[in-house]
Design a protein around this ligand. Structure first.
Ligand code: THU
Length: 163
């Protein structure tokens, strides 16, 4: 028997330690929470995705009375960006969440489906996507979505893409 160990580094920054680019992306993610349609969860999430050419696309969570129909903020932003600029790699995503009129002290991390969706862009463009999680207590930074999804499944596992 052997063990495989997976290592994830999460860097914790205060706002004044961040670059101007990162601060801008976080401000966009925070602003996007206000366009959330979340009458069921009352949990407003905003995401902002930066592309390699500097464009920024925002998204917020969009819910539905048929709950699984809804979409998270991260995939809303990512699919918006990928539709508008399909050949430009994403390089960073910032996420912010608020509920009850206040931003969370530690932001929500992306759900498994959003990690899977973003991972495919990393694989496709061979370019890591930095993840910035905004909270009022500080910002957590993960250098690659793959760090958040070890032992992942991707297209190379499918016979149709190998033949
Ligand atoms: N949600 C997101 O938009 N992103 C996350 O990272 C976590 C969860 C949304 C989905 C749903 O609209 C609400 O938050 C509660 O789960």
């Amino acid at each position: 028997m052997k063990e495989l160990l997976f290592h994830t580094t999460v860097q914790c920054f205060s706002m004044d330690e961040l670059s101007a680019d990162d601060l801008l992306l976080i401000e966009k993610a925070k602003a996007m929470t206000f366009s959330s349609y979340s009458p069921y969860s009352h949990f407003q999430v905003g995401a902002a995705l930066r592309l390699a050419d500097g464009q920024i696309f925002g998204g917020s969570n969009q819910e539905n009375a048929s709950y699984p129909v809804g979409l998270c903020a991260e995939r809303t932003a990512f699919f918006y960006a990928s539709s508008a600029a399909p050949d430009v790699p994403p390089v960073a995503i910032a996420i912010a969440a608020q509920t009850g009129g206040a931003f969370l002290p530690k932001s929500a991390a992306p759900c498994g489906m959003c990690r899977q969706a973003l991972l495919e862009a990393e694989t496709r463009f061979r370019q890591p996507i930095r993840v910035l999680l905004y909270g009022t207590e500080g910002v957590m930074v993960i250098q690659s979505v793959s760090d958040l999804l070890p032992l992942n499944f991707d297209g190379s596992d499918l016979p149709s893409t190998n033949s």
